[in-house]
Each structure stands twice: as C-alpha cells, then as structure tokens.
Design a binder for this molecule. Structure first.
Ligand code: LRH
Ligand code: MN
Length: 429
C-alpha cells in the first residue's frame, strides 16, 4: 500500500477509534444477550472476500449513452491500480475478475506480478462471445456457442479455450461463460437444437479445463435477445451443468431474473444440488440494471446470504461459492460504488450470521411463521456497522472508505495522469 494512503488512513481512523470502541462494546453486549459472540462474527466477516469486476472500475453506460468520468482507466493496468485502491480502503475485495478481450494485454506475467504487488489475485475469468472483435472471421450476431454455423461455434469454443489459457497464467481457477445467444422472434430459433449445439460446444470447452478448475454457467432471462435466451433461467443452466459434469456449476447474477422471482430459493436449490458456482452481486428494480448491490433491495441480498450462512452452518456438501460484484456505474465514481457495494455485501453476510439458527429450525418445524420471519428481521435490523468498521480498522483499512477516498483526491490525481476519454456513444463499457 502506498505510504501516502497508509498515512491518510491512520489519521482518518485515529479520530474514530474512541467512538468505534464504545459502539463495538455496546453491540457486543447486545449480541451476547442474544447468545451471539461478536468476535466470532467479526472473524468470519474478516475472512470474507469479494472479487471486483475489472469492467466495473470504468464508467458504465447504456445503449443510449455512456458519460465517461475523469481519470478513466485506459487499460488493464489502470484497472488493477483502481481495484487496488478499493481493496486498500475496504480490505473486502482481494481479487479481480477479468473479461477477455476487454482486458487483453501483452504480458500476463507482468500483470500477475503488478496485481500481486498490490495484494490482488485473480478470480474467475470471463469470456466474451457476445460482441464481435475487429477482424473476427465469424460474427456472433446470431449466437456463438449455439450458432447454427459450425465454424462460428468453433471460433467461440477456441476463444473460451484461450481464456482458460490466460486464466492459468494469472492463477485463476474458473471460467465464467455467459452467452447472449437467443432469438427475437417466435420461430426464429429451434429451442432444443440450439440447446444441443450449446451443450456440444460447452463439452469441448469443459474438456480443456485444468483438473482443479470450474466452469461457471451464467443464466439470464433476456438481453441482448428479447424473445428467448438459450441459457434463460436456472433450470436451463442446471440442466447444462449437470450434463457437462462435476466441474460445471451455475452462477447466479442477481439481475438476471424476472422481477419478483424468489432468487434466494433458486440459490437454495443450487446449494442442495451441489451446483452453486457463486454470484454476480448487484441490484435491480426492473431488468438487468446492474445497480449497486443492496442499493434497492437490501433485504433480498440479506435473504440470499441467509441461505448461504445456513448452508455453511449445516456443512452442505460441495458448498464453495465464488463471490463477485458485477455492476455498471453510470452516474457515480466507480471506485466509490465498488467500495460501498462491497461493504453492503459484507453487511448482508454479517447480519445473516446473527440469525439464531437453532430457534429458526424450531420455529420452522413448529410452523410458527411469525416467530420464524421475526428471527430474520431481527438480524436484518441489527446495525452491524461497528463490526464492519472494526474489521477494517484491524486490517489497517479505512473506518469510512468513501470519506478516506475523497480525502485522498485519488480521482483528481488520475484526472491529471490519465487523458480524458471523450464520450463514445452507448455501450456498457
Ligand atoms: C451479462 C453479464 C455477464 C458479463 C457482462 C458484463 O449481463 O452479467 O456477467 O459478461 O454482464
Ligand atoms: Mn454477470
């Protein structure tokens, strides 16, 4: 960590040390009366980490427009530098998830060393067969892994195999495959044949996975296809992952479901089947809005973590989910949004750790619906900030990451170092 940021954090935390101590002690007493050991919760939260999406440190956009901010990252090394600031101030995001070819670079070992020097490792690597690259032989306009044309499918398979190779050089242990394949008109696509072609292509990718790797299949209800999507829901994803084999699992992006779908129940199904790959955390109100995690429906995020904590508590077999953010920051400083989102995810985890599992089991067995739901609400309504702040301070991170970040004037410095990027029309990145 740069000395300047370390000094700034120490001065920033010094002011808060006294109040934090009494807040922590007070919460500790309250939790002790509820049979909860606050230090045990703190240690679990301290061990919890998230991956940052490399595509999340640049300003995001929509199909209508993207309004780049000051000091935008120009390439993957700038992105790693920005990701490091998020981790240095929160301590909650020790890894980065790259997207190929958006993060292509000429020297992967240099990138690996640069990231490690900043305390960062690499989580799942994401392939991209949902957009065409300059000079690409076959277009993905009508799909990729499920395309009717064998040469286009082969090209998409080859790209995924290349992503595995890049991931191996960076120390990743998983490939995330999200395809936009689908149709816009009834009759345009033969659903069963498209799914079979997707499976056939995915088998070829699966065969190239190193022994200790996993393949994360990401389902999505719609966009860019607006009538049908080949991997449209958790059922299609589960079917595909079960067909492919034990290394294939289902990744849940919270924004990829129809409004009001009970995502926490989908999570429990995938946990029960040993097929939960992990998450792309974000929030949404309408579609795949990619808003900051917990910014619209924090109780929904809490209920997802309630299922995760219950699974860990019950030591469910094969339970080892990967935790990542996947957001588009269109109107905020991406670094501020990533920090506050990481803290919001930590918050949901900490609150879920406060649920009295024994009392909940008893209430469920007794069909005492009110007692059961009140046990969850009580945990959700507990202000766990003293625990989250204490975890950060103990790790030399900022008691209030956004306040410390603004005091660091990092964005202003990047605005000087990095030439401004003019608005280039629409698009998420
Ligand atoms: C698709 C998605 C997928 C990424 C992309 C950036 O909507 O969630 O995870 O590849 O966003
Ligand atoms: Mn996603």
């Amino acid at each position: 960590m740069k000395q300047s940021l370390r000094t700034l954090i120490e001065a920033h935390n010094e002011k808060a040390r006294g109040p934090l101590q009494s807040d922590y002690a007070h919460l500790g007493e309250q939790l002790a009366r509820r049979g909860v050991d606050i230090d045990a919760v703190r240690q679990r939260v301290a061990a919890f980490g998230l991956a940052i999406p490399s595509w999340g440190v640049g300003t995001g956009g929509t199909r209508f427009a993207r309004f780049p901010g000051a000091g935008e990252p120009r390439h993957v090394f700038d992105k790693i530098q920005d990701c490091a600031v998020v981790h240095q101030l929160t301590g909650a995001t020790p890894s980065v998830s790259l997207h190929i070819p958006w993060d292509k670079c000429s020297d992967w070992s240099e990138l690996r060393q640069t990231a490690h020097a900043q305390g960062l490792s690499f989580d799942a690597i994401n392939s991209n067969t949902f957009s065409d690259q300059p000079g690409q032989a076959h277009s993905y306009k009508f799909g990729s892994l499920s395309h009717t044309d064998a040469a286009t499918r082969a090209q998409a398979v080859e790209h995924n195999v290349e992503c595995i190779e890049i991931g191996r050089l960076l120390g990743s242990k998983a490939l995330t495959v999200w395809v936009g394949d689908g149709s816009n008109f009834p009759g345009q696509s033969h659903f069963r044949r498209a799914f079979e072609r997707y499976l056939d292509s995915s088998r070829q990718i699966y065969a190239e996975l190193p022994g200790d790797w996993r393949m994360f299949l990401e389902h999505k209800i719609a966009e860019p296809a607006f009538y049908s999507t080949v991997i449209q829901d958790w059922g299609s994803s589960f079917l595909a992952a079960s067909t492919l084999g034990p290394k294939a699992q289902c990744l849940v992006d919270l924004g990829h479901h129809a409004p009001n779908v009970n995502i926490e129940m989908i999570v429990s199904r995938l946990i029960g089947a040993g097929k939960l790959a992990g998450f792309h955390f974000n929030d949404s109100k309408y579609g795949d809005d990619d808003l900051d995690a917990g910014s619209v429906s924090p109780y929904r995020l809490f209920l997802v973590f309630n299922e995760l904590v219950a699974a860990a508590h019950e030591q469910v077999n094969g339970f080892d989910p990967a935790y990542m953010l996947d957001q588009s920051h269109n109107v905020t400083d991406p670094i501020e949004s990533l920090m506050s989102s990481a803290v919001q995810v930590q918050r949901s985890y900490a609150q879920a750790l406060l649920v009295d599992r024994g009392a909940l089991d008893a209430a469920q067995e007794a069909n005492d619906a009110l007692a059961a739901t009140q046990l969850l609400q009580r945990a959700f309504q507990t202000d766990v900030d003293p625990i989250l702040q204490r975890v950060r301070v103990d790790a030399g991170r900022a008691v209030d990451p956004v306040v410390a970040y603004r005091a660091s004037a990092y964005r202003q410095r990047m605005a000087q170092d990095r030439p401004a990027i003019l608005s280039s029309g629409g698009g998420i990145v």
